[in-house]
Design a protein around this ligand. Structure first.
Ligand SMILES: *Cc1c(COP(=O)(O)O)cnc(C)c1O
Length: 420
């Protein structure tokens, strides 16, 4: 394989060095995968999942035993009272929106405790009654508590901001595409305890995207009232073709379902269009697939550090999501990196990614995603905005080997630019 690269000999040496270094960390990942796999298997056994549950439903989808059982399995795995896992939730943003609109009412206030939320949520939150259908348009006000310089929660600012209208406090677990660390379950548990003291009437919501199954517990098990995420990220195990989930306290999951579907129908309806087989198999495989992505992220951090780049998290740092951030420093390197990843993709390897404007972003963005499921970031993908310090965000990888190949190819492309 390395012989097909222009700089294969040097790259192979660096790959070997990185792999040797990370062995103990990979062992830790495998231990967590074993435990998670056991938890997932137990939920399937306890709910007596059988072949009939893998079948599809049509029309209204009432009494869909496969769907109902799957939601019980999912709820048990994430430590929640109830879960809503549906193919008609089209994305993570949709799942999060259903939670926000389901719980918040005119006059209520939403507070984001972890600073600026993920890009796609800005228009959901909105800023004025402009007819867009945003939360602001419905009279839900919003406050954001920027992180401190040390990337910690600004508790003083939260104490000042919290008031009797603070109906929901939101926590974003993963960095998403922000230049800040992700919050571990341990940190989220502490945040929840403190929010309860300061604002006991608030519903605590966690955007759990990219975090599922990286640690032993999910935020619901750590005390969160409601969580949401996407099935084409971690919990779909690379098999789900579409979908999202909402989990937490029954009363709140039902409120979200009333918004997602209609009041009075809520959780009861919704055909599954043949997705259940993928959902059951994908959730079963998710611990392993998340483990492969994590090993890939750890390798990426070590390999790029070995070749002189700053990475965060570092290869030996504790992780709570599958995102790897790398400071490439030059636009030429960011572009070459993404082109390298694309050229090592199973789908669209022949496509050349170019930086282009994206809705919601101020700078041009370059993206590499040669995935089986469009936009699935549990599959190896890389992207970054064309602005200093030219950060590449790398996530996913259905197999650890694929991530290594992708990184070797990306490095070859970067060296070729002459800017390395
Ligand atoms: C991916 C992501 C979302 C939104 O998910 P989509 O499925 O792309 O709509 C929200 N929050 C975070 C932190 C994410 O990583």
């Amino acid at each position: 394989m390395y012989e097909t690269l222009n700089h294969g000999t040097w790259i192979e040496k660096k790959v070997r060095e990185a792999e040797k270094k990370i062995q103990p960390v990979l062992k830790e990942v495998e231990k967590n995968v074993d435990l998670k796999q056991w938890q997932v298997l137990n939920a399937y056994r306890e709910m007596k999942v059988s072949e009939l549950h893998l079948q599809s439903s049509t029309g209204y989808g009432y009494d869909d035993l496969g769907r109902e059982t799957f939601e019980k399995v999912f709820a048990q795995i994430v430590g929640a009272e109830q879960a809503l896992v549906r193919p008609n939730i089209i994305s993570g943003t949709h799942a999060i929106s259903a939670c926000l609109y389901g719980v918040l009412r005119p006059g209520d206030e939403l507070v984001y405790l972890t600073g600026r939320p993920y890009d796609t949520l800005h228009q959901v939150i909105g800023s004025s009654r402009d007819g867009s259908g945003s939360l602001a348009d419905y009279g839900v006000s919003y406050r954001e508590i920027p992180l401190t310089k040390e990337n910690a929660i600004d508790w003083l600012a939260f104490e000042k901001a919290a008031n009797s209208r603070t109906r929901m406090v939101a926590i974003q677990r993963s960095r998403g595409y922000a230049d800040r660390p992700s919050f571990t379950i341990r940190e989220i548990r502490q945040m929840i305890r403190r929010v309860r003291e300061i604002s006991p009437q608030s519903v605590i919501f966690v955007d759990n995207c990219y975090g599922e199954f990286v640690e032993q517990e999910e935020p619901t098990a750590a005390g969160a009232d409601l969580i949401a995420g996407s099935l084409i990220k971690n919990p779909g195990g690379g098999m789900a073709k579409s979908g999202g989930y909402i989990a937490g306290k029954s009363e709140l999951v039902e409120k979200a379902s009333a918004r997602l579907v209609a009041p009075g129908i809520g959780v009861e309806g919704g055909a599954t269009f043949g997705h259940m087989h993928d959902y059951y198999q994908g959730l079963f495989m998710a611990p392993h697939v998340v483990g492969e992505a994590l090993k890939g992220a750890i390798f990426t951090a070590a390999f790029l550090e070995e070749t002189g780049f700053k990475t965060t998290p570092a290869w030996n740092e504790k992780r709570t999501d599958i995102i790897q951030q790398v400071y490439l420093g030059k636009p030429e390197l960011l572009i070459a990196f993404c082109r390298g990843i694309q050229s090592a993709s199973p789908i669209d390897a022949h496509i050349l990614p170019v930086p282009s404007p994206m809705p919601g972003y101020e700078d041009e963005v370059i993206m590499a995603a040669g995935t089986f499921v469009q936009g699935a970031s549990i599959e190896l993908s890389a992207d970054g905005p064309l602005r200093p310090p030219y950060i590449a965000y790398i996530q996913g990888g259905l197999t650890y080997s694929h991530v290594k190949i992708g990184l070797a190819q990306a490095m070859d492309f970067m060296i070729e630019t002459g800017h390395f």
